[in-house]
Design a protein around this ligand. Structure first.
Ligand code: SGN
Ligand code: CA
Length: 727
């Protein structure tokens, strides 16, 4: 039977692969729905996007498409992994570094016989993995004469405008593919229309003399919402920079300018490009300076800024749109179009003056929404607008599904194929709500928040202040009024709170699994920096054992020092214990510390007692977080053996409630050990008598170990370490 199946597959596969569709994923940065004519209204007549609309006319547009974390890197990491930020580890643009050793859809498509390429903005810090070909912009990339990082790590500068170059390179790749018998996935990823919105020379004067309509909330007073809404730093009125955003280049100073007349694109331009730029903006700038001298009031100035911004933004989009036209034309001419899925999407939405803002991050509609338009000849009926609620966790499973590859169970999204095949109708049981979580970066000072949105309501929570906001999107589509405390919304609030809990459960978000750093505590940050430095040093590779944990691990440096020096120092062992850490802190450290620079033979993991002691969290939650840590370690240190320590007993007597939680944790840890990669070590009996009463000679404060106890632990570890190959 088995042989038969293999023979059948061998026959069937070539035919199957010939039919499998190619995927061209056209992706931009910060493209608001409002500025796509297939979606929005304000720019429809002034600045339409005919080529994006062409994909919509020939395919399906999703009206309810959302991200899970409205910021660049996180959205991209989610797309690659099919998992929310807290699961793929890329939480924010401030600290995160994408762990490219984890499973991603490009890797899986490669395994399924696809050729894979990514060209353009990447912004995940580490280099791409899972791509046969890549050529990426460093970090945010530049608009003018940009550098691209090559696969050999070198940086090359190219003359021209970034949006054109990304598509030049994409077309080159398509034309010169090595193995044209293979299906392919091409991710062509634009920088535009990301800040600071510098148009191509040919578009600099588009929309001159036209007034872009203002949104109703341009002068939002931020009342009736939590104070965090007013505290952000992303308003057109106050946070726009004179040189960087307003392009007041080389103009005489005004007291209001401060020191900020810089624009990092200008110095990159050729003389000819500079000339076009100066000609395009010079007159308007001069007029503004005149007005400022005459005493322009703040409101008028904000309106001026708004106009400059909302013209440069669609100017940048014009180049995107033209280049999409080039891509679609090439697909037509080459005959590829017929068997190629084309998708248009952007990493998140954006504010075009709504609430007085530019930028994103918030769970409010404009930045929560992502464009998602897909053309799939023969499968997707043209011109359909789907109301199915989708999220960026769905892209990876969709790509795997169309390629006939299996979808790993731990991917959190759902394949859209059933919706695509069913004229946009969601099948029974489809999601009716989405989960969101923004970690709170420094940039633009938007407070951390998470929440849920269903068809009508949105609930947001601000963990730092323990505040909530509830919006009735039907009555208040602009989200101007938080109704969380209003009597008539009590039943709605109750339902939304239940929804919030259930989605957190579904996506495995608990306080214990949601990565957290403790930088506010100076010593923690210092230890972190120091440990990172050590990990990056030349000798780091020598470390055979790494200890991961909290204060009990950290204290190998104090109470445990004698035992450490005797047993572990000769192994070049590393102590990554941080006093007071709970599972969420260890998870953050593992995701953000570049731990791949070490490759120990073994790691000793002891974590969890602070989850119990500090907030009495249920054992199952702590164990789920430990399981999560073990998964993480399996990508980062695939060959490292883990010695998983049972959590040490706490409190004097066996009946103590905290002791009991730790006992439960230990019970639930047992099945995680497979005796191969993960070895469980339980030495708790050595610290207690037969009744379970603690030996306070060994655990003086009923939690931490004495020097003698460290010696006991070290002696118990020695044979285990030997067993896994550490000598
Ligand atoms: C830069 C921008 C910010 C923007 C972030 C994140 N400043 O820091 O305005 O919020 O990128 O954008 S700028 O000085 O470079 O213009 S993201 O799309 O990459 O997440
Ligand atoms: Ca972005």
């Amino acid at each position: 039977m088995k042989r038969l199946t293999t023979a059948f597959l061998a026959l069937a596969l070539p035919a199957l692969s010939a039919q499998r569709p190619n995927i061209v994923f056209i992706f931009t940065d910060d493209h608001a729905l409002e500025a796509i004519s297939a979606y929005g209204e304000r720019f429809d007549e002034i600045a339409p996007t005919p080529q994006i609309d062409r994909i919509a006319k020939e395919g399906m547009l999703f009206e309810r498409s959302y991200c899970g974390n409205s910021i660049c890197g996180p959205s991209r990491a989610t797309i690659l992994t099919g998992k929310h930020s807290h699961m793929n580890g890329f939480m924010d643009n401030n600290f995160s570094r994408f762990d490219g050793s984890q499973p991603t859809f490009p890797k899986m498509l490669q395994n399924a016989g696809y050729e894979t390429a990514v060209i353009g903005k990447w912004h995940l810090i580490s280099n791409p993995t899972g791509f046969d070909h890549w050529e990426i912009l460093p970090d945010q990339g530049n608009y003018y004469n940009p550098h691209f990082i090559q696969m050999d790590g070198s940086r090359k500068r190219f003359e021209g405008y970034v949006t054109d170059l990304v598509v030049d390179k994409s077309l080159d790749w398509l034309k010169n593919r090595k193995d044209k018998s293979k299906p392919f996935v091409l991710m062509t990823q634009q920088k535009a229309p990301h800040r600071n919105w510098i148009p191509a020379e040919r578009h600099m004067k588009l929309f001159d003399g036209i007034e872009i309509p203002e949104p109703g909330s341009l002068f939002d007073d931020y009342k009736n919402r939590v104070p965090a809404v007013a505290k952000q730093q992303m308003t057109i009125a106050k946070d726009f920079e004179w040189g960087h955003d307003m392009l007041l280049h080389g103009t005489p100073a005004d007291p209001r300018f401060g020191k900020e007349l810089g624009n990092h694109e200008y110095p990159r331009m050729s003389e000819a490009q500079k000339k076009t730029f100066d000609e395009a903006y010079g007159e308007e700038n001069k007029a503004l300076l005149g007005k400022l001298k005459d005493g322009m009031d703040d409101e008028e100035l904000t309106r001026w800024k708004y106009q400059r911004y909302t013209k440069n933004y669609p100017r940048c989009i014009r180049a995107v749109d033209e280049n999409i036209g080039r891509m679609l034309d090439y697909l037509d001419e080459s005959g590829l179009a017929e068997n190629t899925i084309v998708i248009y999407s952007s990493d998140q939405g954006f504010y075009l003056g709504e609430h007085g803002w530019y930028d994103k991050r918030w769970m409010f509609e404009q930045s929560l929404s992502m464009p998602f338009i897909i053309r799939w000849p023969g499968i997707v009926k043209p011109g359909v607008r789907s109301k199915a609620m989708i999220q960026n966790i769905d892209y990876a499973p969709t790509f795997l599904d169309v390629a006939g590859a299996s979808i790993p169970e731990d991917m959190q999204g759902t394949s859209l194929v059933p919706v695509l095949k069913n004229e946009g109708q969601a099948p029974a049981g489809w999601r009716d709500a989405i989960h969101y979580q923004y970690s709170g970066e420094f940039t633009h000072n938007v407070a951390a928040h998470d929440g849920v949105r269903n068809d009508r309501y949105k609930l947001m929570r601000f963990p730092d202040t323990d505040e909530w906001m509830l919006f009735d999107l039907e009555k208040d589509p602009q989200e101007m009024r938080n109704v969380v405390a209003e009597k008539e919304y009590e039943p709605v609030l109750k339902d939304m709170r239940a929804l919030y809990d259930s989605l957190r459960k579904k996506y495995q978000v608990t306080t214990s699994t949601y990565p957290q750093q403790r930088w506010k505590e100076g010593w923690w940050k210092q230890r972190w920096d120091q440990k990172n430095e050590e990990a990056n040093s030349a000798g780091a590779k020598e470390a055979q054992v790494v200890f991961l944990g909290d204060s009990i691990t950290q204290a190998w440096e104090n109470e445990g020092k004698a035992a450490w020096d005797k047993h572990f120092a000769p192994l070049g062992a590393v102590n990554w214990g941080y006093s007071g850490d709970r599972t969420e802190h260890l998870i953050w450290r593992l995701q953000n510390g570049n731990i791949q620079r070490l490759s120990p033979k073994a790691a000793v993991l002891l974590i969890g007692t602070n989850n119990t002691g500090q907030s009495k969290r249920p054992a199952a939650e702590t164990v789920a977080a430990i399981r999560r840590t073990l998964d993480d370690l399996s990508w980062k240190w695939p060959d490292t053996r883990i010695i998983l320590m049972s959590v040490f007993p706490r409190a004097e007597k066996a009946g103590n409630p905290l002791r009991k939680i730790n006992d439960e944790i230990n019970e639930q840890l047992k099945p995680l050990a497979d005796g191969k990669r993960i070895h469980l070590l339980d030495i708790n009996a050595k610290f207690m008598d037969s009744e379970g009463t603690l030996n306070t000679g060994l655990l003086p404060d009923q939690l931490h170990l004495s020097p003698a106890a460290y010696e006991i632990w070290a002696e118990a570890l020695a044979p285990k370490l030997k067993e896994v190959g550490v000598e």
